[in-house]
Design a binder for this molecule. Structure first.
Ligand code: GAR
Length: 267
């Protein structure tokens, strides 16, 4: 029998995806166990779900960390191993036209919180981190400390839209307002950009004339609860392989992208 993978989750809200993953582990559909649940938000309903299943849970209060930095920046101590220039050169969350001071303040405040996150998760060895409704952007500082082997990424996210359309904080709302006739959800690995990493799986639903933002959220979430466990199961089975692909576009322009290949089930 395969050994179970150890999964850590980061959440911000109600945690229905977290619940779907815990249930799939407990039902044996994923050869895995949830080893910690962390939240940036002390009010997150998902924390109670974790405790109910006796999973260690903790909060890193991003809001308080960011407020404290803004009030008294000199009192915030950055981790010794943080290099601002390295983070600036790797990140692709902001364009180079954006205000550099703002980008720096963003990275510094997130790294202050991420250093706390890293301290918290140190005690729980894990194979995979799943972002399950985690509404904070991870910086290269955190990502590099989790993804030690670049060909084997270890942070997954679920996004409420058919990426690469509608990255950002309101995927279903943006899909609806744009007038799309199909919506969906995407599970992908995290990279240095916003919802831009290699896609692992997607599911789609029809948007009908009488749909509202609420009804498409409902349709989408039901698919998320299937999609996320399916993708984690593939990870647990060792069937996700990242491959660097090079393409020449019609315009003659070259494009490079890391994509996920799903390997067949052995045997
Ligand atoms: C889900 O719809 C998830 O796709 C979305 O937040 C919701 C969390 O619900 N995530 C994002 O928007 C990430 N940028 P949940 O707390 O009930 O799992």
């Amino acid at each position: 029998m395969n050994q179970k993978i150890r999964i850590g989750a980061l959440i911000s809200g109600g945690g229905t995806n977290l619940q779907a993953i815990i249930d799939s582990c407990e039902a044996g559909e994923i050869e895995g166990e949830m080893v910690f649940v962390g939240s940036d938000n002390p009010e997150s309903g998902g924390l109670a779900r974790a405790r109910k299943h006796a999973i260690p849970a903790f909060v890193v209060n991003y809001g308080a960390i960011i407020r404290n930095f803004k009030k008294e920046p000199e009192k915030s101590v950055l981790p010794d191993d943080f290099n601002l220039q390295d983070a600036l050169s790797k990140q692709s969350l902001f364009s180079t036209d954006d205000d550099l001071q703002k980008i720096k303040a963003f990275l510094i405040t997130r790294v202050l919180a991420e250093a706390e996150l890293l301290k918290q998760i140190e005690g729980y060895p894990f194979d995979l981190i799943v972002l399950a409704g985690f509404m904070r952007t991870l910086t290269p500082y955190f990502i590099d400390r989790i993804n030690k082997d670049p060909v084997n990424p270890r942070i997954m996210n679920i996004h409420p839209a058919l990426l690469p359309a509608f990255p950002g904080v309101d995927g279903y709302g943006d899909t609806f307002r744009y007038g799309c006739k199909v919506g969906g959800c995407t599970v992908h690995y995290i990279d240095y950009g916003e919802d831009s990493g290699p896609i692992i799986g997607q599911k789609a639903f029809q948007i009908l004339e009488d749909d509202t933002i609420d009804s498409i959220k409902e349709k989408g979430l039901k698919l998320e609860w299937k999609l996320y466990p399916e993708c984690i199961r593939l990870f647990a089975e060792g069937r996700l392989k990242t491959v660097k692909m090079s393409y020449e576009l019609g315009s003659g322009k070259k494009m490079e992208r890391t994509v996920v290949k799903i390997l067949p089930k052995p045997g």
